[in-house]
Structure formats: structure tokens, C-alpha cells
Design a protein around this ligand. Structure first.
Ligand code: PEP
Ligand code: MN
Length: 363
């Protein structure tokens, strides 16, 4: 694939490229008042707004449709900001082109569908309008690459990828897990492909936005797309994650940027690789502990049969000595091995006592 660098299609670009604007276009007044404030922030070059909203459930606010495209062109005329919106089918593409939208993006729910992506690619043939492709909702790098390839196949070379996190069911911290390894892998396969981070859909809540923005900068991403609304709490979609233009200015101001691209990228990749190894080893440790616990349970049941005490001091001393020797041979600190085996052993005693006591209470 052939990608034109960002600064070739956006002259005088400073890092990071910031795209800001509401999740959804709601009214002319909301669009204009938001855009006027956003235009005062020098790093913001592009104004975003969703015109057709892919909502999880029907009967939510599904966007204002074509009328919103006129508001986008008013934003451009008054502020000089470039405009971008999400397209999901041929009709969206035709209307967006008719109203002079500068850049299009493909949403996460569309990237998962090769038929929909191909339909958009076919509608875009011959235009060479810039297109940003969000990652698919699921953690499937090939699907993301496939969508980028379909755009390239339509003759587009002004392409960017947007990292908006992945839906894994784990929403304890993030709405969509960032899984930084995936966009980093994309970057290592296609080094000229610009990657823009969408911290809003990753975080799902405004207090996490600046943290995710900094992570994106540390991962050497070229830009940020931040949902920004003049009155976020009253937004008709994604109210919890939108920030005011004022908050956006403070977030951008607070970013510390890495200048030595190459060094940091290698360092981040190396760190990610090592962290992945730690994750796998931890899984092995936990699986081994589960196997050990199952064996201990069998021993407990056997002891119950023979009416033997769960705690046998002599066996415990022997076991500890053997484990400390093994650990020492491996170069592990004695106190570390001792602490671990104290914990493991007291859990074994607890399991076995429970089994034997159960037996006692049924007698
Ligand atoms: C959006 O940008 O408002 C949006 C719908 O995002 P995503 O496709 O990432 O869910
Ligand atoms: Mn949104």
C-alpha cells in the first residue's frame, strides 16, 4: 500500500494533529458555538461531527442526517477548519461529497464488515478524498488491514488509521481496551501509515482522556481525535466522554511530546514485547497453581478416607527445605521462595482442613 505522509495532505502540520468536535451534530447552534471555541486552539485543524450515528440500540438519537452536512459546511466557511464525518454506505459517501466534507472516516462497526467497506471503496473510486479507518470493534488486526487495503484499492493514498480501542467485555477501566500492541503492530507493518488515537471511545469517560492522549503520544502516534462539545453533559450521544473546548485546550497544553521518534518507538515496542512475555508467564504460574490445588484436594480426600491429620509438620519441613534448595539453584532469593511457599502451604492446609472438617461434621 502506498500512503502519502500526513504533512503532504495537511500542509504546515504540527504534531500532534488534533481533530475535535462533537460525537454528533445536534443543532446548528451547537455546531457553531462548539466550532468557534475549538477554532481558537491552534493545534486543532479538523472539525469532526457524526451525522449518521451507528447506535447499539434503536430509538436512541441516530443523527440529524443530511441537514447536519450544511452545518458542517457553515463551520468550515466561518472557522476555516477542515471537516470530517463518518460514512457507512454509498448514500453517505455521495451526500458527504456533495456537501464538500474534506475527510471521511469509517466507523468501528463498519470496519468489521468487508461488504460495507467494499461498498464505500467502490463509491470513493476516482475521488482520492482522505479517508480515516477506525479499528474494528473486535481485536482483529487483519480486518483493520483489510479495510485499509480496500481504500488503497480504490486509488486512495491519503489514508490514516484511527485507534479507538477494542470491545472485549472488560469495561473495568476503559470503555474499549486500548491493547496498544495492535496499533503498534500495524505501525510496524506499514511504517508510513499515520495513526491517530481516539481517546474518547477508548476511555468512555472524560477524566481519563488526558491520560490516554499522553499514552498515544508516548506510542508515537501522529494525532488525536477528541470528542468535544460546548455542553458535554447535555450531549445527545456519548455525554460521559465528551470534553469542553476549554478542557481540550488544557489537555493539549499538558501533553509532553517525545521528539526522538525512533528511539521511543523501539523502546515502547521492546517494553510491550517484554510485558507480553510477563503476561504469558503469569498465566502459566496461575495454571500451575490451579493444577497444584486440584492435586491437594485429591490428597485431602485420601486423608479423609484414612482419617489422617491435614497438617503434618515433618512433611512440611521437608517440602520447604527441598523448595528452598531448588530455588537457590535457580538463583532465586531464599526469602522470596520461603514467602511464596509459606503462602502456598497455608492454602493447602486450609483446603485439606476444610475437606477433613466436612467429613467430621457429617460423622
Ligand atoms: C464516533 O466517532 O462517534 C463513533 C461512532 O466511533 P466508533 O466508530 O469508534 O464507535
Ligand atoms: Mn461518539
Amino acid at each position: 500500500m502506498d500512503f502519502l505522509p500526513l504533512n503532504k495532505w495537511l500542509p504546515n502540520l504540527k504534531r500532534p494533529l488534533v481533530i475535535a468536535g462533537p460525537c454528533s451534530a445536534e443543532s446548528h447552534e451547537q455546531m457553531m458555538s462548539t466550532a468557534r471555541e475549538i477554532a481558537k486552539i491552534p493545534d486543532v485543524r479538523i472539525f469532526r461531527a457524526g451525522i449518521w450515528k451507528p447506535r447499539t440500540r434503536p430509538n436512541c438519537f441516530e443523527g440529524v442526517g443530511e441537514e447536519g452536512l450544511k452545518w458542517l459546511s457553515d463551520v468550515k466557511a466561518e472557522t476555516g477548519l477542515l471537516t470530517t464525518t463518518e460514512v457507512a454506505n454509498t448514500q453517505h459517501v455521495e451526500l458527504a461529497l456533495k456537501h464538500g466534507v474534506d475527510i471521511l472516516w469509517i466507523g468501528a462497526r463498519t470496519t468489521v464488515s468487508p461488504f460495507a467497506v467494499q461498498e464505500i471503496a467502490d463509491a470513493l473510486k476516482g475521488t482520492n478524498i482522505p479517508v480515516m479507518v477506525k479499528n474494528p470493534v473486535n481485536q482483529d488486526l487483519a480486518l483493520w488491514i483489510g479495510a485499509l487495503e480496500r481504500m488503497a484499492g480504490a486509488g486512495i493514498n491519503k489514508i490514516a488509521a484511527i485507534h479507538r480501542g477494542f470491545s472485549t467485555g472488560d469495561t473495568s477501566k476503559y470503555r474499549n481496551l486500548p491493547l496498544w500492541k495492535i496499533p503498534m503492530e500495524l505501525k510496524s507493518k506499514f511504517q508510513d501509515l499515520p495513526i491517530i488515537c481516539d481517546p474518547s471511545h477508548i476511555a468512555g469517560r472524560r477524566d481519563l482522556i488526558s491520560y490516554v492522549c499522553q499514552k498515544a503520544m508516548d506510542a508515537d502516534m501522529e494525532g488525536l481525535m477528541v470528542e468535544t462539545h460546548i455542553n458535554p453533559t447535555k450531549a445527545l450521544s456519548d455525554a460521559a466522554q465528551q470534553v469542553t473546548p476549554e478542557a481540550l485546550a488544557a489537555i493539549i497544553e499538558g501533553l509532553s511530546l517525545r521528539t526522538e521518534f525512533g528511539v521511543d518507538r523501539n523502546f515502547e515496542q521492546e517494553l510491550d514485547l517484554l510485558r507480553g512475555q510477563v503476561d504469558r508467564v503469569d498465566l502459566e504460574i496461575l495454571e500451575a497453581l490451579k493444577t497444584r490445588t486440584d492435586i491437594i484436594t485429591k490428597i485431602g480426600l485420601a486423608k479423609k478416607e484414612k482419617n489422617i491429620m491435614p497438617l503434618q509438620i515433618q512433611r512440611m519441613d521437608e517440602l520447604m527445605k527441598k523448595r528452598l534448595d531448588l530455588g537457590k539453584n535457580l538463583g532465586l532469593t531464599e526469602s522470596f521462595v520461603k514467602d511464596i511457599y509459606d503462602t502456598i502451604h497455608s492454602e493447602s492446609v486450609r483446603i485439606q482442613s476444610q475437606i477433613v472438617n466436612d467429613f467430621d461434621s457429617k460423622k
